[in-house]
Design a protein around this ligand. Sequence first.
Ligand SMILES: [Zn+2]
Ligand SMILES: [Zn+2]
Length: 397
Amino acid sequence: MTKLDGLIDSILSDMVAFRRDLHAHPEIGMEERRTSQRVIDRLSAAGNFSIQSGIAQTGVVALLNADRDGPCLALRADMDCLPMDEATGVPYASTIPGRMHACGHDGHTSCLLGTALVLSRMVDELPGKVKFIFQPGEENDGGGRMMCEAGVLANPKVDAAFALHSWPAQPVGTISMCPGAAMAGNDGFAIVVTGKGSHGAYPHLGIDPIVVAAHIVIALQTIASRSIDPQDCVVVTAGVFHGGTVRNVIPATCRLEGTLRSYKPATRERLKELVRRIAENTAESFGATAAVEFTEGYPVTVNEPALTEWVASVGREVLGADRARTDDRPSMGAEDFGFFAQRVPAVMFRLGIRQPGAPSCPALHHPQFNFNDDALGVGIRMLCELTMRFLRDKPNL
Ligand SMILES: [Zn+2]
Ligand SMILES: [Zn+2]
């Protein structure tokens, strides 16, 4: 057994307990106070770290080997949960109604903490610095952007960044990745349709914004099917449709909200133009008006291709020849790790969490989703091996 194996073994049951504690106490984006304090407590107890807290409200950065020459590698995890009820039935299920770790961020935080604890006991074998970044608000708030804008990639300057995301489609013991553009860019839209309220029995005296909004939702479907090159992947989803208070009143307004996903900057702009044109002109054709607003989302997450191949080669050596694939297809999901990848060479790899032999595993954001504790050791081992080898071999420098 190598020193690394022994150290990972020695912390694993503790990290399982740590992960389950986070799972039972999920915190929504930008409110991860308990979670970040738990992380700080463990890092402080380990010693060796210079720790900064309260970055972007609840973010934590721990630097190992601050005074050592050599490259600086960043490892990043996200800490936030989702606003939904849990239906797993596990003994450590969420104790907070309307809050759930349904995206595995409890597992990501535990993998990164475990890696930090192991590497803090191997400092003499690390020819460089390691920055452990625990960020808030990945799901909706762009915590990654806030952390980058707060300067977490500077002082000392980070040479590359790695992250992992739990992946239900892959079995435990494997990793996979998509070289190049891997996760879509996203933007949000909101459309407020204003018509004219009236009695539900006298529709001719009003302008029904619900009917107008329904036409807008249908017309938005033609963006992907008729307006954008079919070879250029896009998604237009209306996820909110709110209007009216009672069945016999035609309301004055109706609100739609949705998400746009794309991979190319020009397509991203084109999607916004089309949403605006369809909403405004459809509303006008019925005598209503539509006010359209966009909120900027996340950039495309780009895995630096050569570095991705290097991560896979480490994965094949550490996990097995057939256990680190690079043939993943790009996903229309979005990730705010994209903000890190915009600034430094970066790779996010997918960590398998499906129990081998099980035909399936609840999807990310599903009420029965749960990170698999059997994957914790795999994630920690990969992050440790990547760090030690990156600092030693400087693959992209
Ligand atoms: Zn998520
Ligand atoms: Zn996630």
